[in-house]
Design a protein. Structure first.
Lengths: 269, 254
């Protein structure tokens, strides 16, 4: 499934087994896919299918048991913050730091000078529309605003790739929809490659160019769907016949998996 | 509201001291048992000018400081290891919590037999008072550190040292300082107790001696002095505690 652009992330036969000594549990099995430069790829799957584990492997936070991840053709074995930023479901903002200091945190780790950090943080906060909140503490912000700070922080080191693990999963539906639009706006403006994990079929489809469908136990890719929906995406698109038909296809892939359909066969969809 | 609270507090203290003065003046209580405040004040002034008293005070302060300076770092290290290492923590922390509920004063006669009556005995008794409360709080503090925040820092390329400095330290600080504050108080309790039980020098032995010889004005003067000193220490540490824990308090009070 190609958009005709150069590949930035390549997963090759990723597998993850926990507890090798006794009662090994296969969390992921033979996961292979490619993400192209500047594309928006969603990964959708049921809760507990190993989505987060996969993201942590892609980020170099957790080693895989089999297979490898290549970013720009180089194997990822540890976090590569200059190329990849990660965003988690909870904002994981540091509650003792002000908003601007939170955004500066990755830059501080990279050893950037204070003046430059401040400037970069201000620019990122302006991009996510929070310029007026730089001196606030995280607890003074709403859930949606906290996730925007988190986006600004992930953007701050100027990585090419953003890995997002259900970033809007804890938000109410209205905020979630707004944040989706916001993310698309930022994505279009910055040209980042985004790999976005969610359990919401609508969210996955609404945001992405390509949707990877994952099954559970062990987690494997059972389908890859190119969305072919026009951009910029508007909320009305969710009600369109095309959107509904594609969502049904995804739903079938996920629910068929419950009836133990062979994962290998499905992968060719 | 705040000024009303302050008013009530001042009024309360004034009434208590006033009652005390009145009771001694009308002779309702034997003045050798309860001397009037003025007499205690005079005794207090005399104590502060007395080199002997200051020498004994210094002995006590040295014991307290030594026990804390030795005990607290060991306790912090032990608590950290128990909090970080699940195996060690799971096996040792119940024991620590149980030990914490035993009144340590009952070990004093044993300590005297083991270590004699000198500096060592008091130092070790003080250290045991500091140790458990600081260790248990440090352990709880480590366990509060958010796994998500550590993961996040790692994803930005933070090394172990950076994670300790930027995530562990601020996250742990409030609870660690609570432990240290209690540790200081416990340490003072332990040292004074050891001195009162059996000692040649120190504030504890003075209190005991003055009590036994009905030098109640001196006894009360020293009691007031020690009370004020411990309150100042405790409140100073509390200011520190509030400062490092401001982010946490705000979140909780929302």
């Amino acid at each position: 499934m190609s958009l005709g652009r150069p590949v930035v992330i390549e997963a090759r036969g990723l597998g993850k087994i926990y507890g090798i000594d006794r009662a090994p549990i296969a969390a992921l099995k033979d996961i292979s896919f490619a993400v192209e430069e500047g594309s928006f790829v969603s990964l959708v799957g049921p809760s507990g299918c190993g989505k987060s584990t996969l993201l942590q492997i892609l980020a170099g936070l957790v080693p895989s048991t089999t297979g490898e991840v290549l970013v720009d053709g180089v194997a990822v074995r540890q976090p590569a913050p200059e190329k990849i930023s990660v965003m988690f479901q909870e904002a994981t903002l540091l509650p003792w730091k002000r908003v601007s200091d939170n955004v500066e945190f990755p830059l501080e780790i990279l050893g950037m000078k204070a003046g430059e950090r401040r400037q970069r943080a201000a620019a990122m906060l302006s991009l996510v529309g929070l310029s007026e909140f730089t001196e606030r503490y995280p607890h003074e912000l709403s859930g949606g605003m906290r996730q925007r700070v988190s986006i600004a922080r992930a953007l701050a080191p100027d990585p090419r790739i953003m890995l997002m693990d259900e970033p809007f999963g804890a938000l109410d539906e209205q905020t979630r929809i707004k944040m989706g639009h916001e993310l698309l706006r930022i994505w279009e403006k910055t040209g980042k490659t985004i790999f976005f994990i969610t359990h919401s079929l609508t969210e996955a489809l609404f945001l992405a160019d390509i949707v990877l469908v994952m099954s559970h136990r062990p987690g494997q890719i059972v389908g890859t769907i190119k969305t072919d929906l026009p951009r910029p995406r508007t909320y009305e698109i969710i009600g369109s016949a095309e959107f509904g038909a594609t969502r049904n296809r995804i739903w079938k892939l996920i629910s068929q998996d419950d009836r133990e359909v062979n994962g290998k066969g499905m992968a060719s969809l | 509201m705040k000024s009303l609270v302050l008013f009530v507090q001042i009024a309360f203290v004034t009434v208590v001291i006033g009652l005390w003065a009145a009771v001694s003046r009308i002779g309702a209580v034997d003045p050798t048992i309860l001397p009037p405040p003025a007499k205690v004040a005079v005794a207090l002034e005399a104590l502060l000018r007395s080199n002997d008293f200051l020498a004994d005070s210094l002995d006590t302060v040295i014991r307290v400081v030594a026990a804390f300076v030795i005990g607290a770092p060991i306790a912090l290290a032990a608590g950290f290891v128990m909090g970080e290492n699940i195996g060690v923590g799971r096996s040792l922390s119940p024991i620590f919590n149980l030990v914490l509920s035993v009144p340590q004063s009952i070990f004093l006669p044993l300590f005297v037999l083991l270590f004699g009556l000198g500096f060592t005995e008091k130092l070790i008794f003080g250290i045991t008072h500091v140790f458990f409360v600081v260790a248990v709080n440090a352990m709880a503090a480590v366990r509060q550190v958010s796994h998500g925040q550590v993961m996040l820092a790692r994803s930005f390329g933070a090394n172990r040292f950076r994670i300790y400095r930027s995530i562990y330290l601020p996250a742990m600080a409030p609870q660690v300082v609570t432990g240290l504050r209690l540790g200081v108080i416990f340490c003072i309790i332990g040292i004074l107790l050891a001195e009162m039980y059996a000692s040649r020098t120190g504030l504890g032995v003075l209190l005991l001696r003055w009590g036994e010889s009905y030098a109640v004005d001196k006894l009360m003067a020293a009691t007031v002095l020690i009370s004020v000193a411990t309150i100042i220490i405790n409140e100073t540490m509390r200011i520190w505690e509030v400062r490092v824990g401001r982010w946490r308090n705000v979140v909780e009070n929302r």
